[in-house]
Design a protein around this ligand. Structure first.
Ligand SMILES: Cc1cc2nc3c(=O)[nH]c(=O)nc-3n(C[C@H](O)[C@H](O)[C@H](O)COP(=O)(O)OP(=O)(O)OC[C@H]3O[C@@H](n4cnc5c(N)ncnc54)[C@H](O)[C@@H]3O)c2cc1C
Length: 382
């Protein structure tokens, strides 16, 4: 079998790339070892946020929000995108400078964001929150979406446009002639291709290391909790300065909440064994009931662990690899790659077909990591 481009990974990055390629008439096959959205793109909180982004990611996040605003129409599927804002909450006066800086940075980047001074101002926007607040940043153009629906919608749109989407097929290795890509070897067969996109999340190093391409990331696990459905009470995505809690209410009324990370050392990353510690779960529960008192009486219906592929500077690697021609990589999103997904798809498709992209991806070249010594922490803000 052969295909012009093979995409490895059926998360948001891979399915968005498959859609871009297929809608531009490129023959593409996407291979996913499990189900679509079975790893980070299913575990995610699925916040869609520009505010508080690293400056290097801002142009991509801004371009992504423009895509999110019409993605339902583009993919012909309701993906439950809601653009009601992101609140970063100040619980003590000590929290205020960092959060006011988020507002200043957003405004300097041309993004409308305001500082809500005092609990009353926050309550006007989000009445369900605790009164024990000093204030909050509010970026009304941020939002959230349903991650599973989004990934399935990208995959389905790609399929309609001619892509082959195959689940339950694991890529065991990328084949080269020593200089350029020739295809991939799967559990079933060898598939020939001139271009291969690696959008394999935490498994990217397994595919790249044998080619001498090393992305230095560490893996951490964060907790995810979902509640029973409730009446609508919170429109925004919530975060706190430490990044130790983030949460939102889904379109179906369930709360979806997450919290701080701990190192993950296991090498088997199946959904069955990836679970948070009870201490992590306890912290998320404590934060959620402190911030939204009504949640104390509510039942949790699902708990899971989500793995995050964290690079030393918490920025992704997105590039056409200099070592192997025809090989394109997007990995190491460090806990904030869901929002970027639609644009990651554009970039990957550009790089696979043209070798260059219209988006500014210089800061995401892997070579920069040779210079990075400081390890940035994982901070989830939705
Ligand atoms: C709890 C949590 C909260 C988060 N919150 C946010 C948020 O609010 N906002 C935000 O923007 N981001 C958030 N993120 C990060 C975001 O979810 C990820 O950055 C994004 O989903 C990464 O998508 P991806 O497609 O690159 O990777 P993934 O979704 O991990 O997809 C990779 C896919 O590749 C497949 N695969 C791997 N190896 C192979 C192989 N050899 N053969 C075939 N298939 C293979 C895997 O099975 C997987 O399905 C969060 C992440 C977590 C875990």
């Amino acid at each position: 079998m052969s295909s012009s481009v093979i995409v490895i990974g059926g998360g948001i990055s891979g399915t968005a790339a498959a859609w871009e390629l297929a809608r531009h008439g490129v023959s593409v096959t996407l291979l996913e070892r499990g189900d679509l959205a079975s790893m980070a793109s299913g575990w995610t909180l699925a916040g869609v946020r520009q505010s508080g982004r690293h400056p290097a990611e801002l142009p991509l996040a801004k371009a992504a929000i423009r895509r999110w605003e019409t993605l339902d129409n583009e993919l012909n599927q309701d993906i439950e995108y809601r653009q009601h804002g992101n609140l970063r909450l100040a619980l003590t006066p000590n929290d205020v400078p960092a959060i006011q800086q988020v507002v200043a940075d957003a405004n300097a980047a041309g993004i409308a964001a305001t500082w809500l001074d005092g609990a009353d101002a926050v309550h006007e926007v989000a009445p369900a929150l605790t009164s024990n607040l000093v204030g909050a940043s509010f970026c009304p153009t941020d939002g959230h979406a349903n991650p599973q629906l989004t990934v399935l919608a990208f995959a389905e749109a790609a399929r309609r446009a001619g892509a082959e989407i195959r689940t339950g097929v694991e890529v065991l290795g990328i084949e080269t002639d020593g200089r350029r890509v020739t295809g991939v070897k799967t559990t079933m067969e060898t598939i020939f291709a001139e271009r291969v996109i690696v959008a394999a999340g935490v498994y990217a190093p397994r595919l790249l290391d044998p080619l001498g391409i090393h992305i230095p990331f560490t893996i951490v696990v964060v907790p995810g909790i979902q509640t029973q459905p409730l009446e609508p009470m919170l429109d925004q995505v919530l975060g706190i300065p430490s990044g130790g809690f983030a949460g939102r209410q889904q379109a179906d009324g369930r709360f979806r909440i997450t919290g701080s990370s701990t190192p993950w050392t296991a090498t088997d990353h199946n959904a069955d064994n990836v679970m948070p510690t009870l201490g992590q779960v306890g912290n998320v529960v404590a934060w959620s009931t402190r911030l939204i008192p009504a949640l104390a009486q509510i039942r949790a219906t699902r708990i899971w662990g989500g793995l995050i592929d964290k690079t030393p500077d918490a920025l992704p690697v997105i590039e056409a690899t200099p070592e192997v021609e025809g090989l394109v990589v997007a990995a190491g999103f460090s806990g904030h790659g869901f929002c970027l997904g639609p644009v990651t798809g554009e970039i990957l498709a550009d790089l696979a077909t043209e070798g260059v992209t219209r988006h500014p991806i210089g800061p995401f070249a892997r070579a920069r990591l040779d210079e990075v010594t400081e390890a940035e922490a994982v901070t989830l803000h939705g």
